[in-house]
Design a protein around this ligand. Structure first.
Ligand SMILES: Nc1ncnc2c1ncn2[C@@H]1O[C@H](COP(=O)(O)OP(=O)(O)OP(=O)(O)O)[C@@H](O)[C@H]1O
Ligand SMILES: [Mg+2]
Length: 315
């Protein structure tokens, strides 16, 4: 549904996209992740036919962006990273305006606008001024706007940025619903966890290059492999236990422990390479005087995975 091949874009001497190759198939919710300045917005603008690439090719629904701009605009909904300012327009007027811009027949506009208001949970706000909406509502209005002409493919540039946790959950629910409706979504973010629970796949971009494309699960596995298959274990101690300072030298003698550090007077973190037996580690701690409250191997955090992936270590 979305395909780029060696897409390259320069702004003066700066290479914003450096041979980007991407494939997003039907039914995918694709998280496009990268730090500030990575080239996410540039890619989406090229796909939305708002900007031309210097080299390489891109197509949406099989239509080439350099030749079929008008046809592509009909099948995509592009939400830019900034909504713009609309003085004195109500939510309803704003959507009616876009309905007419998309040449929805006058008789149908009311029902189309009502549908997108309902889908984005903005029906109650229809008479509010756009500028008076909270950031979360404005972002949902941005999504409502790109749904007006019922596009197959949605390009959403940072729909969850600047949202508080609740608004982010609402946005996630909305995007999940759009995925269930069969739309193909390309959603950008510089925060992996913002997208983690709703994407079927992710692509990580940095300095205009794709560092990784695949499932989040696979990203985890690769990250674990990079970490040498090690673990990070959090140990909480009970009152009366030997303190971390005494336990650390003992546990550090274990051949698979690479690092141990205190996390306050009653906690320590143990990092390992490979998988030492947990009973073995617990026995070592107890022998050194530990009274253990809990012993918890931790999941590798997505953020850590992301940092590792974006150091280019996978290339
Ligand atoms: N119109 C422009 N003129 C000159 N340089 C630009 C222009 N637009 C983007 N750039 C540069 O191109 C690079 C990629 O920018 P882009 O906006 O695509 O990144 P991004 O991944 O969307 O970043 P962000 O997370 O900050 O939105 C950056 O270095 C940026 O400064
Ligand atoms: Mg951007």
């Amino acid at each position: 549904m979305i395909e780029t091949r060696n897409l390259t874009k320069r702004y003066g001497t700066l290479t914003a996209l450096d041979g980007l190759t991407l494939d997003i198939g039907p039914g995918q919710v694709f998280g496009f992740i990268g730090p500030n300045g990575a080239g996410k917005s540039t890619t989406m603008k090229i796909l939305a036919c708002l900007m031309r690439a210097d080299a390489g090719s891109a197509s949406v629904c099989g239509l080439d962006v350099s030749r079929h701009g008008d046809d592509i605009r009909r099948v995509i909904g592009y939400m830019p990273d900034f909504l713009g300012v609309y003085d004195d327009l109500t939510v309803d007027e704003y959507l009616q305006f876009f309905a007419s811009a998309f040449a929805i027949p006058r008789a149908k506009r009311r029902s189309v606008v009502d549908q997108v208001l309902q889908l984005t949970d903005l029906t109650e706000k229809r008479h509010a001024l756009v500028d008076s909406l909270s950031r979360g509502m404005q972002q949902r209005l941005g999504v409502a706007r790109v749904l007006i002409h019922d596009p197959k493919v949605l390009l959403l540039d940072e729909p969850a940025s600047g949202l508080d946790p609740r608004a982010r959950i609402e946005m996630r629910e909305l995007l999940l619903e759009l995925g269930r409706m069969g739309k193909v979504l390309m959603v950008s973010s510089h925060i992996l966890s913002e997208l983690a629970e709703m994407c079927t796949s992710i692509g990580i971009i940095e300095r205009g290059k794709l560092l990784y494309a695949g499932t989040i699960e696979d990203a985890y596995q690769r990250t674990k492999a990079l970490a040498g298959g090690g673990e990070s274990i959090k140990v909480l101690l009970e009152e009366g236990s030997a303190p971390p300072e005494l336990l650390i030298p003992a546990i550090s003698r274990h051949s698979l422990v690479t690092n141990a550090s205190a996390e306050g007077p009653l906690a320590l973190t143990i990092r390992t390479t490979g998988h030492p037996g947990h009973n073995d580690l617990i026995r070592t701690l107890i022998d050194a005087g530990a009274r253990i409250n809990s012993f918890q191997p931790m999941e590798i955090k997505l953020e850590d995975a992301f940092l590792r992936l974006t150091t280019g270590a996978l290339q």
